[in-house]
Design a protein around this ligand. Structure first.
Ligand code: UTP
Length: 289
């Protein structure tokens, strides 16, 4: 199993970040000096992915523009001797082979993934949610790809969350294979207390086989009236081998205000242009609280 392709579903309406996301896609909001989506593309590239499909919608063409060349701007930067900015602007456009497909109706994450069927063909592929940024020494997608290749199986990225929090995620039924890797035999989307399989929640990263498409075609709308990816994954893990990887690293859900601010502060603290200043600023603020 060799994973060369990735799909980034980014066609959600972003209602938790309104009004900011009314006309600016949440994936394009700045995380210090780069849009959120760029961190996700960089993670995929760092995992050896060559071709990336972004699932978008009619309000999200800013993403296609961002990963394109911009000759007028580049000429101006060149003339002004702004070499660093020029390199960064070009680098974004040259990160990977990026393709786009529209999800014409917002029918849920499972439906968005199904739109990738033609792009994926008959290869295994990675899925990275467009608003989940991971910070890890080894890219989380690389951790999943490694496990998927080792076990010749699908893989889902999981971490332990509290019993109160698991009802917001998908809970997986697991049995251990080795340190941090489990085999998956069942799962539940947004479980009620009596439906919780374990406190391991699926968090934004997957390696799947094209078998998911045939399954998604027959999945009925589930929680919230949407085609849920978890309902398709449940069927997939009952049929085929699936592993869960308790990945090393921190996940930020930038699709809600608190997660977005946590990520902004952590990334800004680490950034050489903002870190020293922000440290001083936070100390001053904390003294006033
Ligand atoms: P979310 O639930 O986090 O995104 O979906 P959302 O629907 O934009 O969020 P809110 O609740 O309205 O704020 C998880 C992922 O699935 C994508 C989203 O873009 C996000 O990456 N998604 C969701 C789609 O691509 N299409 C959909 O129909 C729904």
């Amino acid at each position: 199993m060799k994973v060369r392709k990735a799909v980034i579903p980014a066609a959600g309406l972003g209602t938790r970040m309104l009004p900011a996301t009314k006309t600016v896609p949440k994936e394009m909001l700045p995380m210090v000096d780069k849009p959120v989506i760029q961190y996700i593309i960089e993670e995929a590239v760092a995992a050896g992915i060559e071709d990336i499909l972004i699932v978008t919608n009619r309000a999200k063409s800013a993403m296609d523009d961002y990963f394109d060349y911009y000759p007028e701007l580049e000429t101006r930067l060149n003339q002004a001797g702004k070499e660093r900015e020029l390199i960064e602007v070009r680098r974004a456009a040259d990160l990977a082979n990026i393709f786009y497909v529209r999800q014409k109706e917002t029918k849920g994450l499972g439906h968005a993934i199904w739109r990738a069927k033609r792009f994926v063909g008959d290869e295994p592929f990675a899925v990275l949610l467009g608003d989940d940024i991971m910070r890890a020494k080894k890219p989380v997608t690389a951790q999943l790809v490694e496990a998927a290749e080792k076990y010749n199986a699908c893989a889902v990225g999981v971490q332990k969350v509290s019993t109160e929090a698991i009802s917001k995620y998908s809970s997986v039924k697991v049995s251990p294979l080795e340190e941090r890797i489990f085999s998956v035999s069942d799962m539940n989307e947004k479980p009620r207390p009596e439906q919780i399989f374990s406190n391991y929640a699926i968090l934004g990263r997957y390696v799947l086989t094209p078998a998911i498409f045939g399954i998604l075609e027959n999945v009925r709308p589930g929680y919230g009236g949407e085609i849920q990816l978890t309902d398709g994954l449940r069927e997939l893990c009952l049929r085929d081998k699936m592993v869960a990887v308790d990945f090393e690293g921190r996940r930020y859900d930038t699709g809600n205000l608190n997660g977005f601010l946590e990520a902004t502060i952590d990334f800004a603290l680490d950034h050489p242009a903002t870190g020293p200043w922000l440290r001083r600023f936070i100390r001053e603020k904390a003294a006033q609280l």
